[in-house]
Write a protein that binds this ligand. Structure first.
Ligand SMILES: [Zn+2]
Length: 365
């Protein structure tokens, strides 16, 4: 619904601005107040909900109306509700009130990096620490596009959950060290160093998974075409395991005292020739292993054996790569993110935050 009326900031004789009512759920008839965005959208809000979500709103809405010359002075009332103008735009106010009210439309408008920054700044400004899951999901969508920028914004506004999610998504960025995101200006050198250090740790863990650490490979059934005897002299190779790495189903060699099994040479080369380690060092994520373009050369080798039965190695290799990718993701998820953040009691945090300058709830005229 659109109303044409003079807003409080228009001068006498100026063109009336178009005031628009917000969409559901912020147009409810039982609301107590109207929050007006700077671009003239009215959100009807419930005092109890916003007061519980934000100590800043609690203080604002609990203020008695100012009195001038013994007369209560209210700048603007609409449908019997006091109108409070906000400096935030409608998109920012929408996201903010979703967190406050605890419910949100099924689909929120997409955010840009700058939009996300504005929403995070507003949550910080009004001390709203509980972010609605759907709002967080939208933040993650932005982080998938520009994880470094979102990492920086989350650090700046002390949003730990978003910061960790953005740091993990940044693992998909092979050229992190070349990032020139302007949002990096929001964070300290130490916070950026934490991100670089996290990448290095994850890269080491992921790369070792291919070349050294086969602890996730428990059984011969985990190995494509893995067998205790050499079923094909063309494509299989004998693997001798160290005593500390016993794969269930392998056979103890009485002469050497070591365990052996047979597997396709292309599978062994895939893990040990350095290509897979290099790939994981560049992008330490399971998705790197599932990349069909990356797998194309090894799959081509898998179908090259003249023995038809050996070609079953292709689907087995794809299954193997799924398990391998899951193991990489699991191992990387255990890498600890070094966070040197200021942890303070909630009340101290409020005091340290910059002073919020509200428009007066009931401004004098
Ligand atoms: Zn073969």
């Amino acid at each position: 619904m659109v109303n044409l009326q003079e807003s409080s900031d228009t001068q006498a004789g100026s063109t009336p601005v178009e005031i628009r009512d917000a969409d559901p759920p912020f147009n409810h008839s039982t609301a107590d107040f109207i929050f007006r965005s700077r671009d003239h959208v009215d959100f009807r809000v419930h005092k109890a909900l916003v007061s519980l979500a934000s100590p800043s709103f609690d203080g604002l809405l609990s203020l008695p109306p100012p009195i001038t010359d013994g007369i209560v002075s209210i700048n603007e009332v609409k449908d019997g509700l006091p109108v409070i103008p906000f400096p935030e735009d409608q998109q920012t106010l929408l996201y903010l009130l979703c967190s406050c009210h605890g419910f949100a439309p099924d689909v929120l408008p997409p955010l840009t990096v700058q939009g996300l920054k504005s929403v995070c700044a507003a949550h910080d400004k009004y001390v709203i620490t509980a972010i609605h899951p759907r709002v967080h999901d939208t933040f993650i969508s932005v982080a998938k596009e520009d994880p470094v920028a979102v990492y920086a914004i989350a650090c700046h506004y002390r949003m730990d959950k978003l910061m960790l999610a953005a740091a993990k998504l940044s693992l998909l960025e092979p050229a992190l060290h070349l990032s020139h995101s302007p949002e990096l200006g929001l964070i300290t050198g130490l916070q950026y160093s934490n991100l670089i250090h996290y990448h290095q740790e994850c890269k080491e863990v992921a790369a070792n998974f291919a070349s050294k650490d086969w602890s996730w490979c428990h059984s011969l059934s985990d190995v494509p075409l893995g067998q205790a005897t050499s079923a094909c002299p063309t494509c299989r190779t004998q693997l001798i395991l160290e005593p500390t790495t016993v794969v269930n189903g392998s056979v103890l060699d009485g002469n050497t005292g070591k365990y052996i099994f047979y597997a396709p040479s292309w599978w062994f080369q895939f893990l040990t020739d350095g290509t897979t380690s290099a790939k994981l060092k560049e992008t330490p994520c399971g998705s790197a292993i599932r990349d069909r373009a990356f797998l194309a050369p090894v799959l081509k080798k898998a179908v090259s054996c003249a023995n038809v039965e050996c070609r079953l190695g292709v689907p087995e290799m794809l299954d193997f790569c799924d398990r391998f990718a899951a193991a990489v993701d699991e191992a990387v998820s255990r890498v600890r993110f070094l966070r040197i953040l200021l942890r303070l009691p909630y009340t101290c945090l409020i005091l340290l935050r910059r002073q919020v300058t509200f428009p007066t709830a009931y401004p004098n005229t």
